[in-house]
Design a protein around this ligand. Structure first.
Ligand code: SF4
Length: 671
């Protein structure tokens, strides 16, 4: 890889430069050039860099150019698969071609994305035919695949079936495995070791940090794109979880290798039933307003990713979160689970050789199997111990869905920022944080405090879009107050009128499921365009439907616009029911607010307002994606106009012209 930059960044990005030659239609953008120069300086001087670069700035090229010219090992991490694929398939090959730099690039996923050949062999040895049609297809694929990446599977396996085949660390005996040399995961990890640029997702990046750097090869610089999601992914990586699913997984693994006495299973089952009963006894909303339905728990973009994990990004309508401390019975029930795990731990120590189902090659392999089995057991014991930590050290909460009966006990460290300060920013020469939505006004204080960044170069790249000409912001009259029980009735006619003006082509987004259904029921029959409601089909199908249907209208929750990409006029209007403050009843949000107040500062100004700004800015990012797009953001929350904080939030949004009447909106769409 070339290490001697010979051309200046200006020349590289210039109209006659190599990027323009490699990319037809390339236009030099001042914000992009400035961003690239700043990042390169950060690399050279060992400084961290924070850049907000909205849609159209071309931020990926701005960081890839200095990354590829640096001659150092760079990890690029993103929140979404869509961006990873764009980087690996399009942007990186383009920059490599343009710069003439022979770089090695690797996309590395978490272990559970890859097929474990040893598990496959065992499964095939145990049964002659596959247990299901999807498993049969997976077996066929396994014989053909070069990568072992489950993303290649045409029909994805159900989670439990894939778990029986995945390369998860807890099932892997490493060098003792006779497939070690051909192992898909280890091959990719070795390739990453020799790569110049390794592309990963935030889940893997922060898990690697949490595990002390055991998953990724050592790197010099880290570029974290979609950095507005870093806090939640870091928090998720550091969160310990106990759930029926996690417990069942540990026990399945134990049973795979050992003859486990039934009495141990019975004791654990009984203690888990006790825990489920204890957690179900908490009256929602009965603990000083702490236990609330938590759609909004995620609405500030602050919810742990696990919230969205179970249902392909569609949060269950009845998902609730409440502090563990609100449930006195839970402590005793958790003690029962802990005792059952202690019993399993003791049994395993005494029987790790005698109870093995398959004879090991040697004692070392038997020890490795014992350690793997023990790891899951001890992790659950440790989780329960963490839930006993005082509030200043850990945020402990219960997450529960009435509909599915699913529940989890979670424990997150109180201060993610402190952890990242020492584990990431103090140890990495240069970290780049970038996103379309990380500044509030021109300040990065919100992000810096959340992530523990003490010193960094900062830059807000100007947008190449003319928001004043391309976008309008419409705020409902002051009497439309989401706290008013009559809110749905007040806004329904307004929604109808606006959808008429925009000819559909709209997302209508809500911060509560109840409100979503109430308004949908009120306007569904009165809208003259194709309408769908979130939940009618899986999220990806809904988006396909929206993209392929003329004048479509989608009623959904406010979490829906995260990571979506609808290009062109199909999405010309985003209607939001209220200013998207995080829910103060969410345990994590409540803990953050309490910490700010305890330090003598204003939590509303410091946390709630910036959270709402970041969320609303994402809406603009979805709406205007090219110089020819035009669209309107509608805030149905009249407080955006009547309250001081509303004015602060609106002032931080992209400078769309305000439309004061629906007539002005009509004119905007007619011209
Ligand atoms: S090395 Fe580990 S992950 Fe790879 S095939 Fe063997 S057991 Fe599976």
């Amino acid at each position: 890889m070339s290490t001697a930059p010979t051309l200046s960044i200006e020349v590289l990005f210039g109209q006659e430069g190599p990027l323009a030659r490699a990319l037809p239609g390339f236009e030099a953008r001042p914000g992009q050039v400035q961003m690239s120069k700043l990042i390169e300086r950060g690399f050279l001087e060992g400084a961290h860099t924070i850049v907000e670069a909205g849609t159209g700035v071309g931020k990926s090229l701005a960081y890839l150019v200095p990354a590829l010219r640096s001659g150092k090992k760079v990890v690029v991490s993103t929140a979404t698969i869509a961006l990873q694929e764009q980087l690996v398939r399009k942007d990186i090959p383009l920059v490599v071609r343009a710069l003439g730099i022979p770089a090695r690039i690797e996309l590395l996923k978490g272990r559970s994305h890859y097929l474990c050949r040893a598990k496959l062999d065992r499964m095939r040895a145990e049964r002659l035919i596959a247990s299901s049609a999807t498993m049969e297809a997976a077996w066929e694929w396994a014989d053909r695949t070069q990568t072992g990446d489950r993303a290649e599977l045409r029909s994805p396996l159900p989670a439990l079936e894939w778990e029986a085949l995945d390369a998860d660390a807890d099932d892997c005996v490493g060098e003792f495995c006779d497939k070690f040399k051909d192992c898909h995961f280890f091959k990719r990890r070795d390739a990453a070791r020799y790569a110049d640029i390794v592309v990963v997702n935030h889940a893997l990046f922060f898990l690697d940090l949490a595990l002390g750097g055991t998953l990724l090869p050592p790197y010099d610089y880290a570029i974290l794109d979609e950095a507005h999601q870093c806090e939640q992914w870091a928090s998720a990586a550091l969160t310990a979880t106990l759930s029926p699913y996690s417990v069942a997984r540990v026990m399945r693994r134990l049973h795979r290798d050992y003859h486990v006495p039934a009495a141990l299973d019975d004791e654990l089952d009984s203690s888990m039933r006790g825990l489920a009963q204890a957690l179900a006894r908490v009256p929602w909303g009965g603990s000083g307003g702490q236990a609330a339905p938590t759609l909004q728990g995620g609405s500030g973009g602050q919810a742990a990713p696990t919230l969205q994990g179970g249902s392909g990004g569609q949060a269950a309508p009845t998902l609730q979160r409440y502090p563990l401390s609100a449930n006195e019975a839970a402590r005793e029930a958790l003690g029962g689970v802990q005792a059952a795990f202690y019993r399993i731990e003791n049994w395993l120590y005494g029987n790790w050789q005698a109870a093995l189902k398959r004879p090991p090659e040697n004692v070392a392999e038997a020890e490795r199997r014992r350690d793997l089995a023990m790891r899951g057991v001890l992790a659950h014991v440790a989780t329960i111990e963490r839930t006993e930590l005082p509030q200043e050290d850990a945020i402990n909460w219960v997450e529960r869905s009435d509909a599915s009966g699913r529940y989890e006990v979670n424990s997150a460290p109180f201060d993610v920022a402190e952890y990242l300060r020492s584990a990431l920013f103090a140890r990495t020469q240069s970290v780049v944080l970038t996103s379309a939505t990380i500044a509030t006004g021109n300040s990065f204080d919100f992000l810096r405090r959340a992530l523990g960044v003490d010193e960094a170069q900062e830059y807000v790249a100007p947008s190449p879009f003319d928001y004043r000409a391309q976008a309008r912001l419409f705020v409902a009259p002051p009497h439309c107050n989401p706290k008013d029980p009559q809110f749905a009735r007040a806004v329904a006619p307004l929604i109808e009128e606006i959808l008429d003006i925009t000819s559909g082509r709209a997302f209508v987004l809500f911060t509560s499921y109840a409100r979503l259904h109430e308004v949908y029921a009120a306007v569904r029959e009165r809208v003259a365009y194709p309408v769908k409601l979130q939940g009618e089909m899986p999220r990806a199908h809904l988006l396909d439907w929206f993209r392929s249907t003329n004048n479509a209208v989608l009623f959904a929750t406010s979490t829906f616009w995260e990571g979506i990409d609808v290009v062109g006029s199909a999405l010309s209007c985003v209607i939001v029911d209220r200013l998207p403050f995080p829910s103060p009843s969410d345990p994590i949000v409540a803990a953050r607010l309490a910490a700010i107040e305890a330090a003598g500062r204003q939590s509303f100004d410091e946390y709630m307002i910036p959270s709402a700004i970041v969320r609303l800015k994402q809406g603009f990012g979805r709406l205007i994606r090219s110089k020819t797009d035009k669209g309107v953001i509608v805030l149905l929350d009249g407080r955006a106009a009547s309250m001081r904080y509303g004015a602060t939030i609106v002032a931080s949004l992209p400078p769309a012209k305000r439309a004061n009447t629906t007539d002005e909106l009509r004119k905007f769409f007619l011209t």
